[in-house]
Every structure is written in structure tokens, then in C-alpha cells.
Write a protein that binds this ligand. Structure first.
Ligand code: KG4
Ligand code: ZN
Length: 364
């Protein structure tokens, strides 16, 4: 059973072929960092046009890598939401066109669910499990009850965690997207030199908030590193470089404290309401952060929960997870019609109401 997955919801164009054991037969990905870098964020119209030119060669490439022709693909899956509407349309229309031409099933995949199920591709992670999804666009704690069934325990009230990393990195002159660079700087920094706020820490529930932290970092940078905001930036002295490292470390340490505290609340909630939860899955680009992983690992060990983080190339946006989510639904007989719409806003909790309208009960 071979499924082709296509991902175009943000600024990554990706295609992959996955089999029903979770083996990735082929995958290809084109990032649009250079297209958006000068704007300091993703420009939707530029992203849609880039997907349009990148996707056809990527599809040819994965078929060649796997030594397959299109007729040998059993089902097609594409991200149809949530995300930027232009990109979603490009990816889903192209995928539906292939499925329709070959009269093969099409599965409309929710991008968040693709992240949620990615751990099951590489390990035996039974339902129910806790999921921390932390990316450039999302920050959520979820209870994954089954394929298509999710309960939202908490989300961000303002910025996504990846966005907070990227904005802080940008203010520190570390480029865009700068999460990874900020982590590198933090390694050489003193997390105790500056004290930043820890929004919502110890408050009841599992919500997140990062805008206050971002404002505090901005004020700190304006006070300690005014040269970074100067129009003609002078070359930096060693002392200023050290301050960049120390601010990065202070930011990361605040984030680690907040995220650990929110995860601890989620684990406590599960103990009371979902006692059969045994695993904690971390996904999304920010799950690449080593300090965060170590902190969550400690928390899981303390609470006798198994932590599972998919390999980093499966944590960040990719098409293998889309193919896999398509496969999980296909296996349950849930497919979609060729005119399934795109959904720029598509909360995971509404999956059963809106997705897979055309369940046809296909058996393998
Ligand atoms: O999941 P992803 O690839 O794309 C989205 O769906 O957004 O996540 C990208 C985000 C960016 O904000 C990036 O800065 C962040 O993940 N990121 C990191 C690290 N590596 C990537 N943030 C913190 N530490 C890292 N090592
Ligand atoms: Zn994502």
C-alpha cells in the first residue's frame, strides 16, 4: 500500500511516498527561506507562487527516487488546512488532479493531525497519548484519543512559540527563521544575567502566552543593545556579542520554564481524566530545541510517562507525515471527495464534523 503525500500549507513545498509500515520510500522538500527572508516573515502570495513552481518537479523527483510510476500509487493525500489559502489550493488541487485522473482515493489531511500522528510512523505509540505541538504557527497541548479524535487541553492566547523564537532572534540580528540560531547563541550565554517574565506560569490550566515575554525581550534589547536597533549597525564588540548570548539564554530559560509548567499541568490533568495515557509526544519545529527536550524528558521521567520525539526531519514540516496521516484515515475507510474544500482555519477538535465527508469504507 503506497500513499503519496503533499504539503504546501506554509512556506515548505514537500512531497513524499510512504508505505503502510511507515517506511519513507522517497521524499523531497523545497524551503522558501530566501523568498521570504527580506520580509522577516512568510508573504502568502509569494508562497503560493513558489509552491506552484516547486511542486511539479518535486513530484517527478520522488517518483524517480522510488523508481515508481504514478499508476503504482494507491492513494493520494494533501494538506487541505489549516494554513495559507493560496498554498493549500495549489497543493490540494494538484494532488486531487492526480487522484482524479487515475481514479484513486484522495484524503484531505489536517496539517495539525499530520504532526499529531507522525510519532506513530516511527514507533508504536498507542492511543491515547499527550501531544505538545510547538511550531512557527501553533502551540498546543492535545489529548490524541484516536485517529480523527483530539481534545484540546491548551493553546496560545497570542503568539505561537516558534514565532516568539523567530521575533526574538530577529531583534537580536540572528536572521530569519532564527529559532535554531538563538539556541546556538544561548549555549554560550548566562541564563541568570537577565531575568525575563514567565507568562502564565503556575496559573491553572494549560494555556500559553508569549507576547508579554516578547515585549520584555524587546525592552531588554533596547536597553542593553541599542546598537542592534541603529540604522547603520556598527560591528559588534565581544562584550556585545556576549550580551546577545546572555539575552538568548534568558529567553530560552523563560520558555523552558513556562513550557515545562504547562506540560506538567497537562500530565496532571491526564492522571485525573485520562489515566490510560502512557506516552507524551513532542512535535513541530521547536521540538528540535535541545534544552526544551531535556526539560520535558525530565518531567516525563518524573511522572512515569514515556517521551517520544520523532526525528527532527519529521518534526518540522514535511510531506511524509501527510502521507502517513492519509494512510491512517484510508485504513479506517475514511476518504474524501475530489471536491473537498481547503480550510485555512481547521481546529483539530472539529475534524470529525468537517473532514472525510465521503467515507466510503474502502478495505485493504
Ligand atoms: O514546524 P515548523 O518547521 O514549521 C511550522 O509549521 O511553523 O516550525 C518552524 C519553527 C520556526 O519558528 C523555527 O524558528 C523553530 O521552529 N525552530 C526552533 C528550533 N529549530 C526550529 N526553535 C527553537 N529551537 C530550535 N532548535
Ligand atoms: Zn507544521
Amino acid at each position: 500500500m503506497l500513499v503519496m503525500g503533499v504539503e504546501t500549507s506554509c512556506d515548505e513545498t514537500a512531497a513524499a511516498i510512504v508505505d503502510d509500515r511507515g517506511t519513507i520510500l522517497a521524499q523531497a522538500l523545497a524551503t522558501q527561506t530566501t523568498e521570504h527572508e527580506i520580509y522577516g516573515g512568510v508573504v502568502p502570495e509569494i508562497a503560493a507562487r513558489a509552491h506552484l513552481s516547486y511542486l511539479p518537479p518535486l513530484i517527478k523527483d520522488i517518483l524517480k527516487q522510488a523508481d515508481l510510476n504514478l499508476e503504482q500509487i494507491d492513494a493520494f493525500a494533501a494538506t487541505t488546512g489549516p494554513g495559507l489559502v493560496g498554498g493549500l489550493l495549489v497543493g490540494s488541487m494538484m494532488t486531487k488532479a492526480m487522484a482524479f485522473a487515475l481514479q484513486k482515493p484522495f484524503v484531505a489531511v489536517n496539517h495539525l493531525e499530520a504532526h499529531a500522528l507522525s510519532a506513530r510512523m516511527v514507533a508504536d505509540v498507542p492511543f491515547p497519548y499527550l501531544l505538545l505541538l510547538i511550531s512557527g504557527g501553533h502551540t498546543q497541548l492535545l489529548l490524541a484519543q484516536d485517529v480523527g479524535r483530539y481534545k484540546l487541553l491548551g493553546t496560545t492566547l497570542d503568539d505561537a512559540l516558534g514565532e516568539a523564537f523567530d521575533k526574538t532572534a530577529q531583534m537580536l540580528g540572528l536572521g530569519y527563521p532564527g529559532g535554531r540560531q538563538l539556541e546556538q547563541q544561548a549555549r554560550a550565554g548566562d541564563p541568570l544575567r537577565f531575568r525575563l517574565p514567565r507568562p502564565l506560569i503556575n496559573q491553572p490550566g494549560c494555556s500559553f502566552s508569549f507576547s508579554g515575554l516578547k515585549t520584555a525581550v524587546r525592552q531588554l534589547i533596547q536597553a542593553k543593545l541599542p546598537e542592534l536597533t541603529a540604522v547603520h549597525r556598527p560591528s559588534l564588540l565581544d562584550e556585545q556579542r556576549q550580551t546577545i548570548c546572555d539575552v538568548s539564554a534568558a529567553f530560552q530559560s523563560a520558555v523552558v520554564d513556562v513550557v515545562s509548567n504547562r506540560c506538567e499541568h497537562a500530565i496532571a490533568w491526564c492522571r485525573e481524566h485520562a489515566p490510560d495515557v502512557r506516552s507524551f509526544v513532542m512535535a513541530g519545529g521547536v521540538a528540535a530545541n535541545t534544552s526544551l527536550r531535556q526539560a520535558v524528558q525530565k518531567l516525563c521521567t518524573r511522572n512515569d510517562v514515556q517521551m517520544m520525539v520523532p526525528p527532527i526531519e519529521l518534526c518540522t514540516d514535511n510531506a511524509a507525515m501527510v502521507a502517513w496521516a492519509g494512510l491512517e484515515h484510508f485504513r479506517m475507510g475514511q476518504i474524501d471527495s475530489y471536491d473537498a474544500p481547503v480550510r485555512p482555519v481547521w481546529p483539530l477538535e472539529n475534524l470529525q464534523d468537517l473532514g472525510h465527508a465521503a467515507s466510503k469504507g474502502i478495505s485493504l
